[in-house]
Design a protein around this ligand. Structure first.
Ligand SMILES: NC(=O)c1ccc[n+]([C@@H]2O[C@H](COP(=O)([O-])OP(=O)(O)OC[C@H]3O[C@@H](n4cnc5c(N)ncnc54)[C@H](OP(=O)(O)O)[C@@H]3O)[C@@H](O)[C@H]2O)c1
Length: 293
């Protein structure tokens, strides 16, 4: 397939591009800067210039492709306002991509997040969350999955809190950045809350499988580690950086404080059984050993 991808230069997207090219597909990557275009072309993709707010560019990219994978997101969590703007920008982009594919039966795979189910690991059958700070992302994904009735083979790959590679990425990566800045590897609450995780190279395989074979309107879990206790994650970060590890107020994490404090394990049993996905790369706690002081 010729695949149009947004976010193809990111931590996850660059792994998805390599996975697609390594499995007989070609890639048209959205690139918003010279540096991004250069990176995508070096990886073996063709590029189309623009950002996700350039809706005509998104329509043009989708028109030139047999399938679309959407991963671009500003990932600016510095304030609630920044997150709200990013969610709105992504919502308009996803709706545009979806409309461009209506009636074509072509696949549209979008990144989403694993849900939170109180007291147990969430499953693929749980609804996508539509409340809270990033609830708008869930509403956009739900609308896209609804296009299954209008001739779009739309699917969602729900990502866990940390998608990592070489010790970087996701919530654990944010903890690392904060620890570097503050000199303390901190966690909110008592640290027993669990976050799920996956290596980016494993997540990339699931994006390809969803593109190639997942039925319209379905959601899948890219979860390798069902849930690591946050104090265990902070302990590795602290040891690697040579800084103390301790509980800190939730406000330390800005608008993400509440989400960071939540126990949110997740399972991928159905995804493994139905799509034959099997993660092979290092777990989060092993990968964090790559952090350099
Ligand atoms: N990493 C995780 O742990 C994790 C966990 C759950 C969900 N996710 C979701 O997975 C997706 C990808 O995450 P990631 O970790 O790979 O993010 P990342 O490394 O920050 O990469 C973001 C990608 O989006 C592109 N992008 C950002 N804003 C854009 C814009 N306005 N127009 C065009 N492109 C834009 C970036 O392009 P440039 O190269 O030009 O900057 C880059 O390719 C996001 O939706 C993220 O929320 C990630």
């Amino acid at each position: 397939m010729r695949v149009f991808i947004t976010g193809g230069t990111g931590l996850i997207g660059s792994a998805v591009v390599a996975e697609l090219l390594g499995n007989g597909h070609t890639v048209l990557a959205l690139a918003r800067s010279d540096a991004s275009a250069l990176a995508a072309e070096k990886a073996g993709a063709e590029t189309i210039r623009g950002g996700i707010a350039d809706l005509d560019v998104l329509r043009a990219g989708a028109a030139r492709a047999d399938g679309v994978i959407h991963l671009a997101f500003s990932n600016d969590f510095s304030s609630a306002e920044a997150v709200t703007n990013a969610v709105a920008e992504e919502g308009a982009a996803l709706a545009t991509l979806g409309e461009a594919l209506v009636g074509s039966d072509r696949p549209l795979v979008t990144a989403s997040g694993t849900p939170y189910a109180p007291g147990r690991a969430s499953t693929e059958a749980d609804p996508t969350p539509t409340d809270g700070l990033v609830g708008g992302r869930g509403r956009s994904v739900t609308a896209i999955l609804g296009l299954a009735d209008r001739g779009v083979r739309s699917t969602a790959v729900r990502l866990p809190r940390t998608v990592h590679n070489e010790g970087n990425g996701g919530f654990a990566g944010l903890l690392t950045n904060i620890a570097r800045g503050s000199g303390v590897s901190g966690y909110p609450g008592d640290g027993t809350q669990r976050w799920p995780a996956v290596h980016a190279l494993d997540a990339a395989v699931l994006f390809r499988l969803a593109l190639e074979q997942a039925p319209a309107g379905t959601a899948w879990h890219a979860v390798a580690d069902e849930g690591d206790q946050v104090r265990d994650i902070a302990a590795v970060i602290g040891r690697r950086l040579g800084v103390p590890v301790r509980a800190v107020p939730a406000e330390t994490f800005g608008p993400l404080g509440q989400i960071f404090a939540t126990d949110q394990p997740s399972s991928s049993t159905h995804t493994r059984q139905a799509l034959g996905w099997e993660p092979k790369h290092p777990s989060l706690l092993d990968d964090l050993e790559n952090i350099q002081p």
